[in-house]
Design a protein around this ligand. Sequence first.
Ligand code: APR
Length: 235
Amino acid sequence: MEKSAEKIVILTGAGISAESGLGTFRDEDGLWAKHRIEDVATPEGFARDPDLVHAFYNARRAQSADASPNAAHTALGELQRSWPGEVVIITQNVDGLHEQGGAEAVLHMHGTLDGALCAACDHRWPAPASMSPTELCPACAQPRTRPDIVWFGEMPYFMEAIYDHLAEADIFASIGTSGQVYPAAAFVQEAQMAGAHTVELNLEPSAGASSFAESRLGRASEIVPHWTGDILARA
Ligand code: APR
């Protein structure tokens, strides 16, 4: 296969948005140090206290609306535009910073803060800035509105398409994720089985660091533009 036809599959996590001011989950002062996962990120927590869960995501939506993409996001947008082969971006992030950084067709496997979902009829619509449990679904009129976020115990989105992409990957990069949440944490093995070159770009070695052929450690805003520059120099 010609080098120019190589397919690049990229997985991103909270670390890529950290320098845009959005908190990660598992770092020392991360979101999971301040909130209990079972309260704000499970269907059971939502059933128990929908006000609390909406307040949590309303705050994150507001914070996300104020954030701007950093050099790592824009470097991936530039890679997608300039690389002669396909560049697929899969993100666990629910912010819109990849798109604001110029990326297209991003697969938001854990959903997005921009979306509202009806728990009764699965209808989806754009989320208002502030959601509440009394909001009615525009399709079925039931008050079962929830954020369109994939919670623990739920099936991430786009899995069939993601596994197809991983099976065709020539290069797989994992950026800014701790490698502690499945199924994303196992994508490196899928890509490796497909014969892809695997590279991790993170502040520190992740839980799955030993599975990667290459490691680049540092802040995403520095190491991602460096990496995309190296890749584009080969095009
Ligand atoms: N540059 C690069 N990496 C960074 C930076 C930075 N500036 N800052 C932090 N990191 C790294 C951390 O070292 C850590 O390994 O980003 C990683 C963030 O890990 P997590 O907080 O666990 O976030 P993530 O891997 O995206 O979490 C996965 O868990 O709770 C769920 O659904 C949530 O999508 C999320 C999933």
